[in-house]
Design a protein around this ligand. Structure first.
Ligand code: GDP
Ligand code: MG
Length: 597
């Protein structure tokens, strides 16, 4: 295909502003998918994505559009993941296209993720077409929102396209705008092959499928290609475009987007952002800016029922096949038995994986305290990486402990600024910058990652009513006064609740955890002490009083069905309990106890 008749773009939007609905309409109006095969949210394939309304993996569709100028154009839409854990994947997929549609809900206006996402598009040098959606709503105020786009983002919105993705109004104008206002890709057919690895996933029939954007040169079926970062060489077995189902193609040239399969065994053997070239006649230099995504948050996953261990292993191995940034290794815990220590890109990534294990594989799991990776500097000069607080070596051999720190950028409406500053301060943050853009403030903080992995997003969202956007990058390791805090229930340490904390915050944290556990652990027939300790020293303590009466006594004997229901509920609750010595702790206690509020 001629470069002048290709347009590559992505859609950026705040959640719920209509990105998926617009993508559906574009696919539908161009007849890319036959009407009878159309289902809502074509591109959001995974159940969790649909339920949570987030798109995790980038999805892609190629649309053929006969434009008003009489020419047929190829439009490639790459749908980008919308969460900070996947920031690197977003920035990579943005670099695979030349333009963006900026979708803003005309009744809501510019919101937090609008900003975060549009800045990614601006960073990638995109041409941006503002699209005001939901103009069918009585509350829509396109003029106000246009002014906001100009003030806050600094984009010309005078030619914003006004649409209703729901009714289909304005969709033809969006297609025309893509063709007339977004630039065609550039590239050289005669140069050596240079393509970007945008995404990859595991397909049970085809093996690993690799999504690429060709920059220069031509890739053909049967070619032998090389991945420049890993050095791996593969033959191309299948080459196809996504409509969104695969349609074979003999070749892909500059500006084109498509997939290939080779004899690649695991998604782990591919690196998002890697450069693909021919084994012979390679391109001179790889695409700039490659960095591997490494897991930064670790936690233990244990089956509630020890008999589920093999099931958990199978499930984890299956998920890992399709997710290179999710790592796992076997772990044994005195209290929890056999399980896995798993690594994730961030907390959402952790939640998504845990959800999938529980839902798709029907497992009941205990998740231990998420932990970051600490560098333990030993007195003998060596450095150990600590993924699990339970493994902290004897402190007499430890010189000092360093923790990872991040540079966090938060955009927030003025009204909530005070609360955000307080939150960052409470989390041991150091302010780096504070500037204003319109009625929004931008604050930049240097924060310990450890303080962010627990529930920073949740807290930020709740103190700002969802109006803050948050983004971060790792900036390195720094020494601090970090200690291991243990939790003892009925005088027995529960290793799953051990955590690294800053010495100055240990007492407050320990007190809070004991108070929480006091409410989360049901009463037993005996008194249960709950303690937090550093080394051998107890720093906080609560006591769960003994249970006196039979619970069902509350039912006054008469109502048999109620009594039965209560017993059944107790029985169901039991399944989610775990025995620690003589004490049963509900599974939910492990995560709840770690939340700070
Ligand atoms: P996304 O999170 O940006 O992908 O948003 P969705 O496409 O999932 O849309 C979020 C909600 O807004 C859904 O309930 C849609 O039906 C609704 N929606 C999308 N476009 C329109 C529109 O033009 N008008 C109205 N009234 N609702 C819309
Ligand atoms: Mg969506």
């Amino acid at each position: 295909t001629e470069l002048s008749r290709i347009r590559n773009f992505s859609i950026v939007a705040h959640i719920d502003h209509g990105k998926s609905t617009l993508a559906d309409r574009l696919i539908q109006l161009t007849g890319t998918v036959a009407a009878r095969d159309m289902k809502e949210q074509m591109l959001d394939a995974m159940d969790i994505e649909r339920e949570r309304g987030i798109t995790i993996k980038a999805n892609t569709v190629r649309i053929e559009y006969p434009a008003r100028d009489g020419q047929t154009y190829i439009l490639n839409l790459i749908d980008t993941p919308g969460h900070v854990d996947f920031a690197y994947e977003v920035s990579r997929s943005m670099r695979a296209v030349e333009g963006s549609l900026l979708v803003v809900d005309a009744s809501q206006g510019v919101e937090a993720q609008t900003l975060a996402n549009v800045y990614q598009a601006i960073d990638a040098d995109h041409e941006i077409v503002p699209v005001l959606n939901k103009i069918d709503l009585p509350a829509a105020d396109p003029e106000r929102v246009k002014a906001q786009i100009e003030d806050v983002i600094g984009l010309d919105a005078s030619e914003a396209v006004e649409i209703s993705a729901k009714s289909g109004l304005g969709i033809p104008e969006v297609l025309e705008a893509i063709v007339t206002r977004l630039p065609a890709p550039k590239g050289d057919r005669d140069a050596p092959l240079k393509a970007m690895l945008v995404d990859s996933w595991y397909d049970p029939y085809l093996g690993v499928v690799v999504l690429i954007r060709v920059m220069d040169g031509i890739i053909r079926k049967g070619d032998r290609i090389k991945m420049m970062q890993t050095g791996a060489v593969h033959g191309i077995d299948k080459l196809a475009v996504l409509k969104p189902q695969m349609v074979d193609t003999p070749e892909l040239g500059p500006g084109e987007i498509g997939i290939f399969t080779g004899s690649i065994k695991q998604v782990r053997d591919t690196r998002v952002g890697d450069t693909i070239t021919h084994e012979k006649k390679s391109c001179a230099a790889p695409l700039p800016g490659f960095k591997p995504s490494v897991p930064v948050v670790f936690c233990g996953l244990f089956p509630v029922d020890a008999n589920d261990f093999e099931g958990l292993r199978d499930a984890i191995e299956k998920l890992a096949l399709n997710d290179a940034s999710f790592t796992h290794e076997m772990e044994t815990s005195a209290a929890l038995g056999f399980g896995f220590r798993c690594g994730f890109l961030g907390l959402l990534h952790l939640e998504v994986i845990r959800d999938r294990l529980e839902r798709e594989y029907d497992l009941d799991l205990i998740t231990t305290a998420p932990s970051v990776v600490y560098d333990i500097h030993m007195r003998d000069g060596t450095v150990q990486q600590l993924h699990n607080p339970a493994d902290l070596p004897d402190l007499t051999y430890v010189e000092h402990v360093e923790e990872p720190r991040i540079k966090a950028t938060i955009l927030v409406p003025d009204d909530y600024l005070g609360d955000v500053l307080k939150l960052c301060q409470d989390r041991r943050g150091e302010q780096l910058e504070l500037t204003y853009a319109g009625s929004r403030a931008m604050v930049v903080y240097d924060l310990p990652l450890n303080e962010v992995v627990f529930d920073f997003y949740d807290r930020l969202k709740s103190v700002t009513k969802g109006y803050a956007s948050f983004d971060y990058q790792m900036i390195g390791y720094r020494e601090d006064n970090l200690v291991k805090m243990q939790i003892l229930v009925n005088d027995e340490p529960v290793d799953a609740l051990s955590m690294m904390v800053h010495r100055d915050r240990a007492e407050a944290r320990g007190r809070m955890m004991c108070e929480k556990l006091k409410d989360l652990i049901p009463r037993h027939m005996f008194k249960i002490p709950v303690q937090a300790a550093i080394g051998g020293r107890v720093i906080a303590r609560e006591t769960i009083a003994a249970l006196r009466k039979d619970v069902t006594a509350k039912c006054y004997g008469g109502d048999v069905t109620r009594k039965k229901k209560l017993l059944e509920k107790q029985k169901a609750g039991k399944k989610k309990m775990r025995q620690f010595g003589k004490v049963e702790i509900p599974q939910t206690a492990f995560i709840s106890a770690l939340k700070m509020d």
